[in-house]
Ligand binder design. Structure first.
Ligand code: HEC
Length: 150
């Protein structure tokens, strides 16, 4: 009885500290985690487009949807006090040109929204077309609003 109570308490303490860590994760960690997930989903479709994995329309649509979920709220994770630290690769240009950064995010959302709206892509060519339109946004925004770390 004593032992199980003790281990029960330890588990609760662990849960609490884990919960605290999540609650206190800052905007830099949050936005990086979002982008990491966007990158992961992009990779799923990218492999199909390159012929490294078999075309699967359902899986591609699911990846677009997951990309959208991960990207939601990304633009709100750039408060003034998050310009540096946490190994961020966000460029200072985000804060100098907030309107341009937001426009880039909006366009990404629109192109991704269009890809999702079209539903399950009929074939690989249809997927290539929507992926081209979605993926151009990654490079465009990264070129302007992300710095390369050495
Ligand atoms: C509106 C701008 C914008 C768009 C669009 C965008 N990104 Fe990003 N991305 C960023 C910024 C800014 C960072 C740097 C975040 C940081 O380090 O604080 C980033 C970082 C990343 C990272 C690194 C995450 C990490 O672990 O540090 C990956 C991977 C990534 N983006 C993938 C993508 C892919 C794939 C797409 C397109 C499907 C995309 N991004 C579209 C702005 C954008």
């Amino acid at each position: 009885m004593k032992t199980s109570l003790k281990s029960g308490m330890t588990a609760t303490a662990l849960l609490l500290s884990f919960g605290t860590a999540i609650a206190f994760a800052g905007p830099i960690e949050d936005r990086k985690a979002k982008m990491k997930e966007v990158g992961k989903q992009t990779g799923i479709i990218g492999k199909m487009v390159k012929g490294e994995t078999a075309f699967d329309g359902q899986a591609a649509l699911a990846a677009y949807v997951a990309m959208g979920n991960a990207g939601t709220g990304f633009g709100e994770l750039f408060p003034e006090d998050s310009k540096t630290g946490g190994e961020t690769t966000a460029s200072p240009k985000i804060w100098d040109d907030r309107a341009g950064f937001e426009a880039a995010g909006k366009k990404f959302g629109e192109d991704l929204g269009a890809a999702i709206q079209s539903g399950v892509p009929a074939d690989l060519n249809a997927l290539k077309a929507s992926f081209g339109s979605v993926a151009q946004n990654c490079k465009a925004c990264h070129t302007d609003y992300r710095i390369k770390k050495n």
